[in-house]
Design a protein around this ligand. Sequence first.
Ligand code: CDP
Ligand code: CDP
Length: 229
Amino acid sequence: MKKIIITIDGYSSCGKSTLAKQLARELDYTYIDSGAMYRAITLYFIQNRIDWNNHDEVREALDNIELEFEYNPITQASEMHLNGENVELMIREMLVAEKVSEVAAVKEVREFAVAQQQKMGEQKGIVMDGRDIGTTVFPDAELKIFMTADTAIRVERRFKELYARNKNISIHEVKENLELRDYIDTNREISPLRKAEDAIILDNSQLTPDDQLRLVMQWVEDALMVQSS
Ligand code: CDP
Ligand code: CDP
C-alpha cells in the first residue's frame, strides 16, 4: 500500500504527540516530534548563552548543532539527541519551555529545523506533529489534522505529566507557560500556528486516547483510499 504523510498541528498539550505515536504504531510509520527539535535548539542556546536576538550568533550556533532522533528500546520511543547526548528529559523541563517559543520564532532557527523535517518526509510513511507542519513543512500532506482542546483540560493534562516528575511545579506556572506559548506561536511573523485550509479539526476535550485513535483511523483509511484510487 502507498505510504502517506500525516500532519498534526495544534495548541500546546492537547494530545498531538499521543495521537501521533498511536498512529505511527498502528500504521508502522515513523513518528517525528518537531517540537523536540525546537526544544533541543533552545537547550543548546541556554547552555551556551547564545543571544537569539543576534542573527550572526544564531547562525554560528546552528552550525554547531546536530539533532538526531534515536530509538530507545527500553522506553520504546524515539528520543532526542543533541550533539550525541540524549536530552529527551532535559528538553521537557520548564527552563526550556519558558524560552522555546521565543527561539522558535527566529527565522534562522525555523529554516534550520524545517529543512531537516522536510528531508525526513522524503520517503513518506511519517506522522509529524508541531505547529506549522500542515502549512509550511508539508503543505501537500495527504492527511492534515488540527487539534485543540479546552484550555483548562490542556493545563490539567500537562500539569499531571510534569508533576509526576517534579513535585515543586504549580498548576498556575503551567497555565501561564501554556498560554504564553500559544500566544507567541499564534502571533509570530514566520509560520504562525494556524489551521491549514484543508486540515480536519479534532477537539479531543472529551475524548480518551482510544476514542481519538478510533476516530482518526477512519480519516486515515479515507486518505489511503484516495491515494490508491
Ligand atoms: O508538547 P507541547 O505542545 O507543549 O510543545 P512542543 O510540541 O514540544 O513544542 C514546543 C514549542 O516549539 C512550541 O510551543 C513552539 O514554540 C515550537 N514549535 C514550533 O514553533 N513549530 C513546530 N513545528 C513545533 C514546535
Ligand atoms: O503533544 P501535545 O503537547 O499536544 O500533548 P501530549 O503530550 O500528547 O498530551 C498531553 C497529555 O494529555 C498526555 O499526558 C496525554 O496522555 C494526555 N491526553 C489525554 O489525557 N487525553 C487525550 N485524548 C490525549 C492526550
